[in-house]
Design a protein around this ligand. Sequence first.
Ligand code: CU
Length: 745
Amino acid sequence: MIHSLRKILILGIVSLMVFAFPQYVSSQQNLNDVKKERGLNDANVLAAVKTFMPRGGRDEYLSFIASGNAGIMIVYGIPSMRIYKYVGVFTPEPWQGYGFDDESSLLLKKGSKDDRIETYGDMRYPALSETNGNYNGKYLFYSDGANSRIALLGLDDYETSQVIQHPLFISCFPGVAVTPNTDYAIQTSQFPAAWDIKVTDPSQFKAGVTFWAFKEPKSGDANGSHYGRIIKEKSFTVELPPFTLGNFDAGKESSDGYMFGIASKDGKNYVYVIDYNKAKTLKTIDVNNTAVVPLKEVVDAKAIALIALPAAAKSVKVTPDGKYFISTSDESFVFDFAKVKDAIAKGESTKIDDIPVIAAKDVAKGSIKLGKGVMDCSFGYRKNSVYSSVYNDKKVIRWNYNTLKKDDEITLTFKPGNIMIPQGETETPHSNYLTVTDKEGLYKNYPSVGPVRPSFQHLIDISSDNMTDLYTMSIPQANMYGSVGILRTIIKPIIRYETGTNSRTGEISEYKTVAGQERVERKGNRVHIFGTMIRSHIVPEIVRVNQGDVVTFHLTNLERAEDETHGFTVDTYGKHGSYEPGKTASLTFVADRAGAFPYYCTEFCSALHLEMEGILMVKPKGFKETDEAKDVKLTAEEQAKYKKDYEAKLKVLSGTQDVINGVVKYLKDNNYQDYPSVKALVEDAFAQLGQAGPVKEKYEKYAKEGDYYNAFLWAEQYFQYQVKTADVGLRAKELLSDEVSKKKK
Ligand SMILES: [Cu+2]
């Protein structure tokens, strides 16, 4: 009986294993097995191979997504479609401390109305900085449609470095266009509103286009940084009648100096054209400390015109050669810029709000009927080729804007939204890929994750004459609209900041602290802690403050090693900083709760990561320390124990020094200074040990005095410096031996 029961039990377990873990049963050892098992055909496998990225491989392009109402930027690679980073732009982002540390909080605060920190943003169409009409890989611009702000990101460190509140617009179109040499980042209003926040009379409503002047620092500038800036004082806004404005683009080559956008009013639709080179020379008036070119001035100067469209259009895009601009609508018009220019010069008798209106047929090269629900377009590497997404027809169509003929089309399993071709908005499109959004990720295609669905981004192969849908990636935490893509190699990211850098300004922080200078400064109830972080220590390790003190931790990451980022938080105080190598950032809070609050490194930075900790002691109000607590007397037995510990530690110190000496010999013998990446690591390693001299003096002094308790503590501290040096030194050695063997090959 017992025997057969056991048999049933064993059989039961075996059958459970079979059904619960089928993947362990059939081994998929070769391609044919896998194909059979998963029901894949050759086309599926080919598509998978096209997006597969072997370890160590690099994506050809990087794409930057505007996450819509998530207010953050998402970076992913093409063709692997791997997401690499989320970066806070208009919305705080905790991992990098954006909106949690003082520097980024100040940036957000300065960029918000009435000094409030807007913690939310809606961004849809980003723009990359350009040189001669091609991406230069340095900056990205985003417009916040919800809180009328513009943001600048540096692509050397992928951080937001400027946020500006629009001084006039209450509602901004959530997109930016950049002029061919990034002289201006263009931002427009979206819904008409009064420029004076106190005015509610609709007859006073306006629209406008702002040309934000952008300047790159000259090398050798006082700020000494690579940080370009939007210069508010040199920017100007062109006043428009109360139109609702849509997407827009800047001219290039022959149309350089002009911009084109979608406008509508009273049920009528237009493309508006502004000659901004002329507009910037016109008389301005001051509105809310902003230079405004009044509508009358631009009209009188013939620097503006409208082109009447027969139906609503989503956007307008300038062709790579700059000769045409295309309205994206079911019937897409290709407008000939030369004809538009002539018509503006000639002047039109028809006017809307004093602005001359040109008939579409008078300035169009022609038009093409593409289908129902044309959403967007982008340009390909084939001569005069443009790709349009057609939402209701579930199609992407390739057509020729010169012959106005369709070339190829692909029918999709979803309704396509915004289209992006990497490098497709430049003067020289050359990508083999196209991405298109799918904002209605129907559950018949994807697993359900609740009522709110992620956006999806599809990768379409456009390298051959027939487009193929290769891959679908989900984009969580985003409501996807537009994106921009750039050849990865154009971007030159930094590995580390100069020690003490405030990453939001590019300047050296006044709170920069180097090893040996750690300290606590107090003035009344204002306490500044100047600390450092380096594997595997936060210095200082104990901070004592009084309840109610206003406390700021100013921390500097002293590391120079690649990706040796530390994070910092004080338990229960809700602040977080991210400290990339070299960065200085500050966290301010009121120590309003009494007690002991551990602080620690939040980033997994090495195997000794958990050792990076300390404690904030907040003394309750009215607390008096007793003499007893101050003066701890050790028994003879305890002293003897510490003496033994100290002597043991000395042996460890000498052994570790031998390891370090061995590493040093290897580094010197192999001319480490000839290899910049190795040299940086070596400097990083020994800068710290160089600072440890006073620590050594201390433990020797205490030992001499017979105070083995303190001698041991300081010897332990010295050991921490040694461990760090040995750790980085060994890494440098490994890197050097790689470099040396590479050289031999
Ligand atoms: Cu750490």
